[in-house]
Design a protein around this ligand. Structure first.
Ligand SMILES: [Zn+2]
Ligand SMILES: [Zn+2]
Length: 245
């Protein structure tokens, strides 16, 4: 197979492939009948695990979507009666994945390897995966077009995403920190100790957060205070309860 063969069905050339992976994958190309897509059948077509599609007479030429995805058009078996007129256009990744892996699992999306959206080789280049996995791939490929969602540091509990790694989400976890921090300050815990508790280097932001939530002491008071003897046991129990926010 030559580069131009590959190019006919996929903008990713074998040369690109070798440059990015550092090796030239040397494996046979496998063809499968295109599986049903969106309720239509395409029994005249086959798709390969190297990201090409063909009908009985030729390898189909593809075009690139403006985002870099490869698009392929095929006529369905019932084009005369199909309510979707004309040829049906799909992303090649969808045709490859649905045929070789199966339908998209609930909650997953088509993920590209760091090689980017033009590489539809299966399984090296495309797979079904979760949204965070997909965005990691897109960042590595330099194709992230929307703010990268990272899991909130408490993602297991809140299920939220954030723009920067290691942060807490504004929807659920920041308000929780604010509430807990305010409680701690109200129980006499020093501002620095509260900040440490939540892993913050500085104390400014946490202090402002607590004031927004009703803490009435000054910054200096917050910095100097320590729990009275009678509050310590109650505070200890409280801290145990909120230790994982
Ligand atoms: Zn159709
Ligand atoms: Zn969260």
């Amino acid at each position: 197979m030559t580069d131009s063969d590959i190019r006919g069905g996929n903008p990713m050339t074998t040369t690109d492939h070798a440059a990015v992976w550092g090796t030239k994958p040397d494996r046979p190309e496998t063809w499968q009948p295109v599986t049903d897509l969106d309720g239509c059948s395409f029994s005249r077509y086959q798709v390969s695990d190297k990201g090409r599609a063909r009908n009985p007479s030729k390898v189909l030429s593809c075009r690139a979507h403006k985002d870099g995805y490869v698009l392929v058009s095929m006529s369905c078996d019932h084009k005369d009666v199909c309510p979707r007129r004309g040829r049906h256009t799909f992303t090649l990744q969808k045709v490859v994945l649905t045929t070789f892996t199966g339908p998209r699992p609930a909650g997953q999306e088509a993920c590209h390897s760091p090689l980017g959206p033009a590489c539809n080789w299966w399984p090296e280049g495309v797979r079904w995966g979760t949204k965070p996995e997909n965005h990691r791939d897109m960042r590595e490929a330099g194709n992230a077009v929307i703010p990268e969602p990272y899991p909130c540091r408490n993602h297991e509990r809140c299920g939220q995403m954030v723009k920067n790694p290691g942060r807490r989400c504004v929807a659920v976890c920041v308000p929780l920190v604010a509430r807990h921090a305010t409680e701690m300050l109200d129980r006499g815990m020093a501002l620095r100790a509260v900040a440490d508790r939540f892993g913050y280097k500085g104390t400014d932001w946490l202090y402002r957060l607590a004031v927004d939530h009703g803490y009435t002491g000054t910054r200096e008071q917050a910095a100097r205070q320590s729990p009275r003897l009678g509050d310590r046991v109650a505070l200890w129990f409280y801290l145990r309860k909120v230790s994982d926010v």
